[in-house]
Design a protein around this ligand. Structure first.
Ligand code: AMP
Ligand code: MG
Length: 488
């Protein structure tokens, strides 16, 4: 691998250098060969042979420079003060085959100075959820951290019950969170200029060409965050814990806890059971992204030449960027051009889904059989399931809507429409029930189901023979929510 460990050259107040605390008797959970190839991990025999030892913290290759990062954050809208890598370590930074800098971050690997009340460990359950979710989002085309693999061990970890300790090697384009700046502003303001330079040079070098590199950098973070959240809304992803310490400065999805993928469409859906006020409900995500950036940007006023007005200008494009990306994506899911009539149809369609509690993923995909009947057997089945779930009144609404929809489609080149719809409407997303079945088997040391779900999600836009009916089946309407423990 081409190592480029640069974080370790920053001021030592920003991190704590330390090795991992190994897990006992580690065993392989799953290994992501595609990520390994992209990183250049596969080119190194030592890394390939010893991946389980490395992921369990038993062996630290010489080029790895493990360190825990300190940061801070606003959690559920409240200032939480100092936080940091309480159970994870940045192990190495490498240039991947696309010349993209990637962080290798090992999670579940023991206490650090930032562990607070925690034990420094991660359980198998949450490790598998994070592993499969990063993979799912990446393959769906949503910017996200991913992972190289995970291991399980004999180390016992106490949560609501005793569970197996596990560790995940997370791979992300950056682990710098909005909360890093919040920590610096509160605890080491003299570092702000140097750290801002580091962020620009490392992650946003193109901003150096601008007349005002810092403002261009901040605007780009705003725009990337808006686009990431638009992608979440489009695919039906709810992050669940959008605290400022869980948002990356690269606009890439980070830190998976009680996340979820939309099943029966309900914009007010709250996936995180600890979120009693619904602050992080699916429909609130765009506004929360704005809230977080608005809490973040004023810290840069400490820098020379950065004014309150200039920062307001950096935040201003958030809403338009979000809207543009979201509306464009929504139209594309229907196979329609980005136009006013398409949006009218799109919002009527979402209302139909909501009123009838239809499955978000399946319903969009079902439309393919309307657009190109006879060619899409799987989608025909989805459509007939959907029709059976409509009330008599809703049947009428559907007839009216689909007639107008088809009239729009008929004005367009059909091949292009089908292509757009196939590549923007997934067949498979990581439903909570799917993840749960993989976890239940893995807790019995059987990882075949993790592997099968992983393979399914590797090609989420294609109907696959390895799928079962359960993979695409939403819970029954009004079914009690599946309890997803927030402990991890
Ligand atoms: P999260 O809610 O997972 O984003 O974590 C919030 C903060 O708590 C971060 O600083 C984590 O590093 C820390 N943390 C979470 N779980 C543990 C744990 N089991 N041991 C130590 N620190 C933890
Ligand atoms: Mg976090």
């Amino acid at each position: 691998m081409r190592y480029q460990n640069t974080y370790i050259n920053l001021d030592t107040r920003l991190y704590h250098e330390q090795p991992p605390t190994p897990l006992d008797n580690p065993r392989a959970g799953h290994f992501n060969m595609q990520v390994a190839q992209q990183l250049g991990w596969t080119d190194d025999e030592d890394l390939m042979t010893h991946w389980v030892e490395i992921l369990s913290g038993q062996y630290v290759p010489a080029d790895f420079k493990p360190l825990a990062m300190v940061y801070a954050g606003h959690q559920f809208g409240q200032w939480a003060g100092q936080l940091g890598d309480g159970r994870g370590l940045l192990m190495a930074q490498v240039l991947d085959h696309n010349n993209q800098l990637q962080d290798l971050h090992l999670k579940g690997i023991g206490l650090t100075p930032y562990s607070r009340m925690g034990d420094g460990r991660a359980v198998l359950r949450s490790t598998i959820r994070e592993y499969l979710c990063g993979h799912a989002l990446t393959q769906l085309g949503v910017p996200s951290s991913n992972a190289l693999g995970f291991v399980v061990s004999d180390t016992r970890v106490r949560r609501e019950r005793m569970e197996a300790g596990a560790a995940l090697m997370r791979v992300a384009d950056s682990h710098i969170r909005l909360g890093h700046i919040e920590w610096i502003a509160s605890f080491a303001p003299d570092l702000l200029a140097e750290f801002t330079d580091y962020m620009i040079d490392t992650y946003y070098p193109e901003c150096r060409d601008s007349d005002a590199p810092i403002l261009t950098f901040l605007t780009t973070v705003v725009e990337r965050t808006a686009r990431m959240i638009a992608d979440w809304q489009l695919i039906g992803f709810a992050h669940g814990v959008m605290n400022t310490d869980n948002l990356s400065i690269t606009g890439s999805t980070l830190d998976f806890g009680p996340f979820g993928f939309m099943e029966r469409f309900n914009p007010a859906w709250i996936n995180n059971h600890s979120d009693h006020t619904g602050r992080y409900a699916y429909q609130n995500q765009p506004a929360i992204g704005h809230w977080n950036l608005n809490a973040w940007l004023p810290h840069f006023m400490r820098l020379e030449g950065v004014t309150r007005e200039a920062l307001a200008d950096c935040l201003a494009p958030y809403e338009a960027t979000f809207m543009q990306h979201y509306q464009q994506g929504l139209c594309r899911r229907l196979g329609l051009p980005h136009a006013k009539e398409s949006l009218t149809l799109a919002f009527e369609w979402l209302t139909l889904l909501e009123d009838n509690l239809l499955d978000y993923t399946n319903s969009f995909r079902a439309l393919l059989s309307l657009v190109a009947p006879d060619e899409h057997h799987y989608e025909e089945q989805l459509l007939s399931t959907m029709m059976n779930e409509l009330s008599d009144d809703a049947q009428q609404v559907w007839q009216d809507w689909s007639t107008r929809y088809i009239a729009q489609i008929q004005q367009l080149p059909l091949e292009q429409v089908i292509d757009d719809m196939q590549h923007n409407n997934p067949v498979y997303v990581l439903r909570n029930s799917m993840a749960q079945r993989a976890i239940t088997a893995a807790e019995q040391e059987q990882f075949e189901e993790v592997s099968r779900v992983f393979d399914l999600l590797a090609n989420p836009y294609q109907v696959q023979a390895i799928a079962t009916l359960l993979d695409t089946m939403p819970p029954t309407p009004h079914a009690p929510k599946m309890p997803i423990s927030c402990s991890s």
